[in-house]
Design a binder for this molecule. Sequence first.
Ligand SMILES: NC(=O)c1ccc[n+]([C@@H]2O[C@H](COP(=O)([O-])OP(=O)(O)OC[C@H]3O[C@@H](n4cnc5c(N)ncnc54)[C@H](OP(=O)(O)O)[C@@H]3O)[C@@H](O)[C@H]2O)c1
Length: 273
Amino acid sequence: MDSPLVAIVTGANRGIGLAICAALVRQSPGPLVLYAASRSGSPIDLAGLSIPPTVQIRPVKLSLTDKASITALSTMVGNEHRSCDILINNAGLYYFQEKVTAAQLQETLDVNFRGTLNVCQAFLPIMRKGGRIVNVSSQSGQLKYFHPRLQARFLSPDLSFAELDTLIGEYSQTSTMRPRRAGPPLAYFTSKAALNAATRILARDNPDLLINCCCPGWVGTPLGAQAGQPPKSVEEGARIPLRLAVGDIGQISGRYWANDSVASTGHGEVCDW
Ligand SMILES: NC(=O)c1ccc[n+]([C@@H]2O[C@H](COP(=O)([O-])OP(=O)(O)OC[C@H]3O[C@@H](n4cnc5c(N)ncnc54)[C@H](OP(=O)(O)O)[C@@H]3O)[C@@H](O)[C@H]2O)c1
């Protein structure tokens, strides 16, 4: 039997992550081993989907704020399969409120940026040559929301993780580093801009892999519904991440993908962020 396609999806228990899992199963003839990672580690609910015998779905426990759980997952996948083909970092959170507390700011950065980066770094040693990493970001991370001085630093081609961390640290300590358009979602905006910048660094430093990030659009999940009535379904929200994971993207790496509006249901194109 062919060796299976090995895929990991984080935040797989609900929302866009669950829809990504369903779409992967729907379109994969197998063999596929899909690690559906969630904080609870419970089986995911794909009711109504007929799962071919060539597809195995393995629920696994992963908390982005628990480094040991990240290491344990990459070790387990490496031991069992030697390599991983697809890593979709979908898990994330958004405190959509007038003011976030210091603890909420810290958690937002720890989950959306640092935790996601930790997952990438834990899996890099076992990613198959040509394998793909997809970081689910947001249009909120676009640099147009930030002061031009910050934009240049985020986009520096030589940016290192240490410099990125300093940049984020400065943001959280000084008001002058805040996005130009001040408002409630500063922590989330910054965490996603940091994720986009981290994606560029990872792609630059790992030319054998295709590593991209994307905005799924404005999608009907508890996270998306905080900002109003989202125009897109979770199935539509899964389209761009899925394309970046298994679809045609040429050899493009290190880029941000989105549609022309957060309501568009297309499969995404490369955009500036
Ligand atoms: N919905 C939108 O309109 C929209 C727009 C732009 C970008 N996004 C991005 O799309 C991704 C998925 O969002 P969604 O709308 O599907 O949100 P959602 O329904 O709220 O799901 C978020 C997922 O992330 C998981 N998660 C949160 N914190 C975690 C942690 N510390 N460790 C591990 N898993 C954690 C959640 O697990 P639990 O169930 O255990 O909480 C859940 O599975 C996020 O990265 C989000 O920023 C969404």
